[in-house]
Design a protein around this ligand. Structure first.
Ligand SMILES: [Zn+2]
Length: 462
C-alpha cells in the first residue's frame, strides 16, 4: 500500500501506475482533500523521522545478526578468490571474471549503514558435489570466509561464541561465523563434522535441496520420513559440540524428528512462514509451535518466492511455460528461448515488498513467540529481493516498518540479535554439560543398514 505524501491517505500501488493525466487529477483531488489537514503533513513526516531515529538507536545498541548470507559462493563463482574483489568499496555494480555484470548485495560500507553486527556466512556447495570432493570444496569455502575476515581486520573478526559476538560488536567490527549449508558436506563422517567445528562452523543445515543419506529435504521425494538412526547421531554430536542444528531446507517430517532428537534449541537460518506462502522452504505452524517449546529461532528469509504467494505462483507458471516451449520446440533452443522471452514480457514478475516480509515476521511472532524470531536475509544467495530490501544496508527499513506497526524497542532488539545470542548461549551450556559426560561419537552410516536389517528380522519373527 502506498500513501499520499501530502495527506497520508492510503492508495494501492496500482493507482500510482496510472497515466499522467490520471495521476495529475488524483494529485489535485488529493490536494483538495488534504487542505483541512495540511498542517498535519509536517507531524506525519516528523513521525517517520522519529521512527527511523528510534530504529537507529535500537540497532546501534543491538546490531543485526543475520543467519544467512551466500557471499562466499559469489566470490568463488564470480571472482575466483577474495583477492579479486574489494569489499571495502561499493560492490553493487561489478564485472565478473567472465565479464558479466554482477550486483552483489554485500559490502563493508553497506553493512555498516545497515547496522550489521554479526553474520553467519554460508559455505554452501551444490548438492551435485558429493563424497570426498564435497569435503574438499567445503574446506575451500571455509578458506574464503577466513581469508576474507583476515583481509579486513578492522571490519571483521571470527567469532566462536555468543560472548565473542558481543565483544566483537562492541569493538566496532562485524562478528563472522560460518554455516555449512547441507548435510552432504560432511560425507557421512562425524570426524569431518568435528573438524568443521574446529574451523569455526557454528551451524549445519541438515540438508540442502536434496535428501542426504540420513535426512529428507523439503524439495526432494521423502525417503527417510524424518531422520535415520545415523541422522539422530549427527544431531546429538552437533549438540555435544555446540554446533547449532539448522532446519531450513529440511522436510517437515525431518524438522519434527530433529526437534524431538535435539537437546539444544534449533535454528532455521533462513526460512519464513508457510501459512503466508505455501512454499516447502517455509515453516508450517505446527512446527512453529514446536520451535516455541524448544526455545529455538526462525530467522526470516527475504527471498520473494518464499515471501509472496504471488511470486511463488509466478515461478510455477514460468516453469510450466518453459517446459511447454521446450516440448513444443524440441531441438530448437533459439525458438524456445524467443517464446520464453515473449512470455516473460507478457507476464512480468510480481514484486515482493518490505511489508510482506514484516507480515511473515509478525506471523512467526504470533505462533512461535517474540523470543523465537530473527533475520536470515539470504543476501547474495538470491537473484531478486523485495523492493527496498536490496542489500545489507536496508535492514533498518524493515525494522522501521515493524516499529510503525507498534513493535517496542525490546521486541526490535530481540529480533535483531538478542534471540540468536540466547539460542547460542543455551546451546553452548548444553555442549559443556554433554562434553563432561560423553566422549566424541564414533557412529557411522553403517548403523542405518544394521538398524534396517534388525527391524526386518523383528518383523519376520513377529
Ligand atoms: Zn538456502
Amino acid at each position: 500500500m502506498a500513501h499520499c505524501a501530502i495527506c497520508g491517505a492510503a492508495s494501492s500501488s496500482h493507482d500510482i501506475t496510472g497515466d499522467a493525466m490520471t495521476k495529475h487529477l488524483r494529485l489535485l483531488a488529493c490536494l483538495l482533500a488534504a487542505l483541512p489537514c495540511i498542517a498535519l503533513a509536517a507531524p506525519q513526516s516528523a513521525k517517520d523521522q522519529a521512527l527511523s531515529t528510534r530504529v537507529d538507536r535500537v540497532l546501534t545498541e543491538t546490531p543485526v545478526i543475520d543467519g544467512h548470507n551466500d557471499l562466499p559462493w559469489e566470490i568463488r563463482s564470480q571472482f575466483g578468490n577474495v583477492g579479486n574483489v574489494d569489499l571495502a568499496a561499493d560492490t553493487s555494480n561489478l564485472r565478473s571474471k567472465a565479464g558479466d555484470d554482477v550486483h552483489l548485495m554485500t559490502d563493508i560500507p553497506r553493512a555498516r549503514k545497515g547496522h550489521l553486527g554479526a553474520q553467519f556466512w554460508s559455505v554452501w556447495i551444490p548438492t551435485s558435489v558429493t563424497g570426498p570432493e564435497a569435503v574438499q570444496m567445503t574446506l575451500e569455502q571455509i578458506d574464503i570466509v577466513r581469508t576474507m575476515v583476515a583481509k579486513y581486520p578492522k571490519d571483521f573478526e571470527m567469532a566462536s561464541t555468543a560472548d565473542d559476538i558481543q565483544r566483537i560488536e562492541k569493538s566496532g567490527r562485524i562478528a563472522s561465523l560460518i554455516g555449512v549449508e547441507g548435510g552432504h558436506q560432511i560425507n557421512n563422517s562425524l570426524p569431518v563434522l568435528r573438524d568443521y567445528y574446529a574451523l569455526g562452523v557454528r551451524y549445519m543445515t541438515l540438508t540442502h535441496g536434496k535428501n542426504t543419506d540420513w535426512a529428507d529435504s523439503a524439495t526432494d521425494k521423502p525417503a527417510h520420513h524424518g531422520l535415520t538412526p545415523f541422522g539422530r547421531a549427527v544431531v546429538h554430536e552437533m549438540n555435544r559440540l555446540g554446533m547449532l542444528v539448522d532446519l531450513s531446507h529440511v522436510s517437515p517430517d525431518t524438522m519434527k524428528a530433529a526437534l524431538e532428537a535435539t537437546k539444544a534449541p534449533v535454528i532455521f537460518s533462513h526460512s519464513s512462514a508457510r501459512a503466508l506462502d505455501d512454499h516447502p522452504r517455509d515453516v508450517p505452524d505446527d512446527v512453529l509451535r514446536l520451535v516455541k517449546q524448544n526455545h529455538g529461532i526462525v530467522m526470516a528469509n527475504f527471498y520473494p518466492t518464499f515471501v509472496s504467494q504471488a511470486v511463488a505462483n509466478w515461478n510455477a507458471d514460468r516453469a510450466g511455460a518453459s517446459a511447454k516451449f521446450d516440448a513444443l520446440y524440441v531441438g530448437q533452443p533459439k525458438r524456445a528461448k524467443a517464446a520464453m522471452d515473449k512470455w516473460k514480457q507478457a507476464h512480468p514478475q510480481p514484486k515482493a515488498t518490505i511489508a510482506e516480509v514484516a507480515d511473515h515476521i509478525e506471523h512467526l511472532r504470533k505462533i512461535a513467540g517474540v523470543e523465537s524470531v530473527g533475520i536470515g536475509s539470504d543476501f547474495d544467495g538470491i537473484e531478486v529481493t523485495p523492493e527496498g530490501l536490496d542489500g545489507v544496508d536496508t535492514y533498518p527499513a524493515l525494522f522501521t516498518e515493524l516499529a510503525r506497526r507498534g513493535w517496542s524497542d525490546d521486541e526490535l532488539a530481540d529480533l535483531a540479535g538478542r534471540n540468536l545470542l540466547r539460542v547460542m548461549r543455551e546451546a553452548e551450556a548444553i555442549a559443556t554439560r554433554l562434553q563432561a559426560q560423553e566422549a566424541p561419537s564414533h557412529a557411522t552410516i553403517e548403523m542405518d543398514a544394521a538398524a534396517k536389517s534388525d527391524s526386518k528380522d523383528g518383523t519376520a519373527g513377529a
